[in-house]
Ligand binder design. Structure first.
Ligand code: GDP
Length: 311
């Protein structure tokens, strides 16, 4: 993960300011904010989000400086608007803004013990959906949840085999069909069967094709209407960079996305896509994928993500 690059760039911009002496001018503050904005965009944070953030940071920093200046003469003005003081204020504002972005108002659905929790997984093909389902199943099974998987992806040849292989390795019961072509029927039957058998975490895989998007979204909506999920998890590939925002928005407008899993944060992804996914879906990230193995799933904490992001 190259998240820390952003931290390096941010520190460099702040260092530039540090080396200047005396009171900081508005121009210097604007130049600093431009540098930070560029670094955020290069880290794949959505451009519009960066622009909004820039204004918010500027307002925050200016308000704070003005408030401190109006406190009177007991402190040295020169000192208050010194480069080092301002860079600390800006740094804190950046951290706070990024953390806020990752803390949407909607909270993650918490699974209810002793109940059937139906969790629908959606995402584009190749996003890491099937792998994330296996990781999610493994995570919950290990923590004592009675877990099962349903494969309602009849579009991709081999999808059922992939899910079955994972389920077998994890010793998680699965449901699917080689002959039934209607994914809605499979989803409904699978969920009903596992509900009857008192499974607590019933994970439903849907097809994630690249093309025919409207057909994909319609199918997803039909499956969602049939199984009435308690939570719909969108799986997003962090390596998609700036494309993440529009992808996430498209899924969110089609189905009621309740949480997000961001995959492939172990590779070359810069991490900014994670912020875009939250903004587009107004839903929290619950896990990140950090590798191809079943264990490579990490619970998500905005504060520690931001501190990693900033290095
Ligand atoms: P799907 O089409 O969305 O179901 O995608 P898959 O689950 O089949 O994953 C596509 C590829 O991404 C596979 O080669 C996975 O091993 C890989 N993959 C999935 N999640 C991660 C991750 O968090 N990190 C890495 N490095 N690879 C991943």
């Amino acid at each position: 993960m190259v998240l820390a690059e952003l931290g390096g760039k941010l520190r460099e911009s702040l260092r530039k300011l540090h080396s200047s002496s005396g009171r900081v001018t508005k121009d210097q503050l604007n130049a600093l904010l431009s540098d930070i904005s560029r670094a955020l965009i290069e880290s794949d944070v959505n451009v519009k989000m960066v622009m909004t953030m820039r204004e918010q940071i500027k307002t925050k920093v200016m308000t704070q400086i003005e408030a401190e200046e109006s406190k009177g003469d007991d402190q040295d003005d020169q000192n208050r608007r010194s480069a080092s003081h301002l860079s600390k204020t800006v740094q804190k504002a950046v951290v706070d803004e990024l953390t806020n972005l990752l803390n949407p108002e909607n909270k993650a659905y918490s699974l209810k013990k002793g109940k059937a929790n139906v969790v629908l997984f959606v995402g584009l093909q190749g996003s890491g959906k099937t792998t994330s389902i296996a990781k999610f199943a493994n995570y919950h099974q290990k923590r004592g949840w009675k877990t099962a998987m349903v494969c309602a992806d009849t579009f991709r040849a081999g999808a059922f085999d992939q899910l079955k292989q994972n389920a077998t390795k994890l010793r998680v019961p699965f449901y699917g069909s080689y002959t039934e072509a209607d994914p809605v029927l499979i989803a409904e039957d699978g969920v009903n069967q596992f509900k009857k058998e008192k499974y607590e975490v019933i994970i439903v895989d849907t097809s994630g094709r690249h093309k025919q998007e409207s057909a994909l979204f319609e199918e997803m909506q039909e499956i969602s209407a049939a199984v009435k999920p308690n939570n719909t998890v969108l799986v997003i590939d962090a390596t998609q960079g700036q494309a993440v925002f529009d992808q996430a928005l498209a899924f969110h407008s089609a189905v009621d996305v309740g949480s997000v899993i961001v995959t492939k944060l172990d590779g070359g992804a810069k991490g900014g896509g994670a912020l875009s996914a939250v903004a587009a879906t107004e839903s929290p990230i619950i896990f990140t994928g950090t590798g191809e193995h079943f264990e490579d799933l990490e619970s998500f904490h905005p504060e520690s993500f931001v501190s990693k992001l900033l290095g």
